[in-house]
Design a protein around this ligand. Structure first.
Ligand code: NDP
Length: 334
């Protein structure tokens, strides 16, 4: 059983100034909850809309290097692909001037693949929420915690795990019902996160697309009915919720016997095929091949990603879906 923690000691952060770098999805939510928990929080951002939003929310906002200069700890909450530029452009120099610093990441990617190599004076910790920012906020409003994976890459102070737990508590993950911190590592977090992004999520979307094509083009089914059946009715989301709450196989009890029989026999049919795909994707992630591929894509200005978005985003499925979702929102036909 993995090591689980349900609370942390916030008092070790009490005399520190914490800079939240990046006031986006995670940054805006984590900063607000840290402040609610009585900690001193400042925000570091470029001067633009996010800066103004942080000011409106009552934070002192500084240019990133100035925020780091004023802080004892920083939560680096910018997108993973820009974090190395932000770190080396605006943070590293300031951090090296200090006696000691605490640097927190919400994902393991940049440390795992050596894209950020923090200074030797720094405790390097990870508190990675297993939840979208809006989900964190929703649960926080209800007085609930949420799961995080925690890790330590450098433990200069000898207290890095305590800092990771304190930040987990500070951002409302633990110390509340439903909250757990699972002892993990930067490498494990990056691996698991990428593996789900490269396997079951694209496999689900690919099978939705293949289903749509076959059902509508080969068998003449109504495109709208197909999309409703696939995901627009919200049944898929309900099934995912039941999986989380009741278990992967246990949730099948909510389905008819025809459905249960069909699902169980087809899981067996597909399993070996899919397992081979998962194995080869895992190998690409583990060996760093994917990180190299993505670094090249980033250098190209994300050509492949933008092209694929354009091609898939203008498919027949998306055109029908757009009409259907608009109609469903209006609650009536055109
Ligand atoms: P966002 O995309 O919401 O981050 C936006 C922030 O990053 C803004 O403050 C933006 O400021 C800043 N930013 C973007 N580009 C640059 C740049 N080139 N230079 C300086 N600042 C920049 O990020 P998320 O909150 O989604 O992700 C933050 C971290 O949290 C990541 O490590 C991610 O993996 C992790 N995470 C995210 C989850 C989520 O719910 N999204 C869930 C769990 C973990 P501006 O553009 O104004 O400069």
């Amino acid at each position: 059983m993995a090591e689980l923690f349900f609370d942390g000691d916030l008092s070790i952060l009490r005399d520190l100034t914490i800079a939240v770098i990046g006031y986006g999805n995670q940054g805006s939510v984590q900063a607000r909850i840290l402040r609610e928990n009585g900690l001193e929080v400042i925000v570091g951002n470029r001067m633009d809309e996010y800066w103004k939003r942080a000011e409106k929310d009552g934070f002192k906002v500084y240019e990133i290097s100035e925020a780091v200069r004023r802080a004892d700890a920083a939560l680096l909450l910018v997108p993973d692909e820009v974090a190395p530029d932000v770190y080396y452009g605006k943070m590293d120099e300031e951090i090296r001037k200090k006696k000691f610093f605490i640097l927190d990441f919400a994902s393991g990617y940049n440390i795992t693949y050596g894209l950020i190599k923090p200074a030797a004076n720094t405790d390097v910790i990870m508190v990675a929420p297993r939840m979208f920012a809006w989900g964190i906020l929703e649960r926080h409003k209800q007085g609930l915690g949420y799961p995080v994976l925690i890790g330590v890459a450098q433990n200069v102070s000898g207290k890095a795990w305590d800092y990771a737990l304190a930040i987990s508590r500070g951002i409302g993950a633990i110390g509340l019902p439903g909250g757990i911190a699972l002892k993990s590592s930067f490498e494990e977090e990056a691996f698991l996160d990428l593996l789900s992004e490269h396997t079951y999520i694209p496999l689900l979307i690919a099978s939705i697309m293949a289903y749509f094509e076959v059902a509508t083009k080969v068998y003449g089914a109504s495109p709208e009915a197909a999309i409703l059946e696939l995901y627009a009715s919200g049944e898929l989301a309900e099934q995912a919720k039941a999986m989380a709450e009741e278990g992967l196989i246990e949730q099948l009890k909510h389905h008819s016997r025809t459905s249960q029989y069909g699902q169980l026999t087809r899981i067996r049919r597909y399993y070996e095929m899919i397992r081979d795909i998962v194995e080869s994707e895992a190998e690409e992630i583990w060996s760093g091949e994917f990180a190299r591929e993505f670094a090249e894509e980033k250098l190209s200005g994300m050509i492949m990603m933008n092209r694929l978005k354009e091609v898939l985003g203008s498919s027949d499925l998306v055109k029908v879906e757009k009409r259907l979702l608009e109609t469903l929102k209006r609650g009536k036909l055109d």
